[in-house]
Design a protein around this ligand. Sequence first.
Ligand SMILES: NC(=O)CC[C@H](N)C(=O)O
Length: 400
Amino acid sequence: MTESATNTLQNASCSSTPPSSDITAALVLADGTVFWGYGFGKEGNTVGEVCFNTSITGYQEILSDPSYAGQIITFTFPHIGNVGTNAEDMETRHPAARGLVVREEVTSPANFRAESPLGAWAAEMGLVGIAGIDTRKLTRHIRKNGAPNGVIVYNKDGVFDIPALLAQAQDWPGLNGMDLAKDVTCDETYDWRGTRWHLGKGFGTLDKEEAHIVAVDYGAKINILRCLAETGARVTVVPATASFDDIMAHKPDGIFLSNGPGDPAATGEYALPVINKLIETGLPIFGICLGHQLLALAFGGKTYKMHQGHRGANHPVQDLRTGKVEITSMNHGFSVDGDSLPANVKISHVSLFDQTVCGIECTDKPIFSVQQHPEASPGPQDSFYLFEQFMKSIKAHKAA
Ligand SMILES: NC(=O)CC[C@H](N)C(=O)O
């Protein structure tokens, strides 16, 4: 793959003939835009919403974040794959993202933690990849028009039926109204005590249990569970469809509502009746991302689909209570409508990129939630204090 080849191959018209004989993959958007490139990972065909993530590091955590179910991830950082992949940087066991789009050819990894090259790992994980794409052009396209549905096809024979792929992209219903939490949640309840990774030490284990948290898994990133354990919690993880009685049977000191994929309003159909009852218990509740959106819905608020979403590791968020700005990790395509919130729910955090709601807190109950990802993985750890805030409110509630 040469630089000149990649520069001339973009945005060909809707013809099934690749512009050069070495082409092995195509990205076909529902609006008819075709990007030709070079396949890696799993051979085959995948459909989803094409979004972009601006993180410079952490592609493996991003690709294995269950919240990307139904999505094809475009990496705006051009060099993806350089540090390979390893067994430790997984945010779930079976990645749910549909595929990935990268600028440069994926080269051999050079990193002391690398265990497997990105291409081999992606193939094993069932991820279809396309390289050699003008990701700046694609990103500008998404920014201008909103996140489109699209198909990546990787076919070593270089034979493409573009009209059929276009029809496939157009027929895909899109994320609006789609519940995906049921697809990525755990099958069974399990116990979690692992703590965060430290260089030279690896992962740790909770030694002194200060509280017991039940985490509802709508597609939880593992590092969230580690962060909860890091502050002294033993965590019982329950499936997204767990009933109020299932949850309360574990006698939790606090409830955590996890991140997850899809449209919060669709997941809310079965999650909200449970969350409404959990709110009534008066127990401390903390929600992250989808969990935050579900809490807002439970309080009677509304969520909406964003134009392009927020996905990256440098999103500035202001804590309105202190005025402090934290640099955060983000991955969301839906947002809470601030005007829809009742009087007893205050906006605690806002995005400094577009002023969207990034945090809410209940004024008469120990309940709060954020849109950003305080667990990072990847990204800055400025927001870790939120896990400590949760543990503090659990201890205060236990003492009272
Ligand atoms: N990371 C998440 O939890 C994402 C929440 C929701 N699926 C969204 O896209 O907004």
